[in-house]
Design a protein around this ligand. Sequence first.
Ligand SMILES: [Zn+2]
Length: 306
Amino acid sequence: MQTKKMYGGIEAGGTKFVCAVASGPGQIVDEIRFQTTTPEETLGKAIRFFQPFVSSGQVGAIGVGCFGPLDVNVESSQYGFITATPKRGWSHTNVLGILRGGLGIKIALDTDVNVAALGEFKWGASRGFDPSLYLTIGTGIGGGYIKDGRSLIGLLSPEMGHLRIPHNRELDSFPGNCPFHDDCFEGLASGPAIEKRLGAPGAMIPEKHPFWNIEADYIASAIMNYVLTLSPKKIILGGGVMQREFLFPKVRWRVRELLNGYVSSKSLLEHIDDYIVPPGLGNQSGSLGAIALAIQIDAEPKDSRV
Ligand SMILES: [Zn+2]
């Protein structure tokens, strides 16, 4: 029996790492999870996990979805580095270099949200929809945009969570909590912003609370901007805040109201329930996305990211 080719994936989060060897969804051969401590210890554990698979030739490529901020510009001398992060000990860590040095195989690295977007595009809710957008609304807000099968990276990786959106201070007097911009999208609508404003985490706020209409307005305002600039064919909303499923109809309704018929696409006008959707891979978008990235770099011998 011919065995399926296997790949490595690392979901490198600020609180935990998930390392997996798999060929696809439901085909995970081995997996390990551990806390993110120092770079040496954490990346060392990841290297030790993959070493037997690499030395036996079972795994020849690894994809990494990493917390940031991250330098993902392949032309930069700091490519693959975590830049200035509040996470202690991790500023200016050469994540990609350390992993490559330890394992000596093809490894590519992208932001956690770009990698989750790729996972959803390969196996999840945006499969077959190119371009597509994956937005996570949780501890922070970020977006990954897939175009021609790859995440969009330009000058930097897009920072879609820091969009400026209308803030009606009469309706919502919360000043915002983004350390850089106060009341940007993330400063108004992330999980910590909700908790700071209402004194309790979003998960505890009842569905009937009037704030949810304001939250839906913020999310819809941002989505309107993404629709008008990026024109995605599918929008996925993930992250902790979107676990409150009643937000989906509110957001869809408000997106249509804000666009006011200007974008005459059936997806928006008639099928918005299928246009703005939850992740298809649940909480596995990140780890499977890392496998998807490994498959991608393995298939492209001259991939500039490797
Ligand atoms: Zn901001």
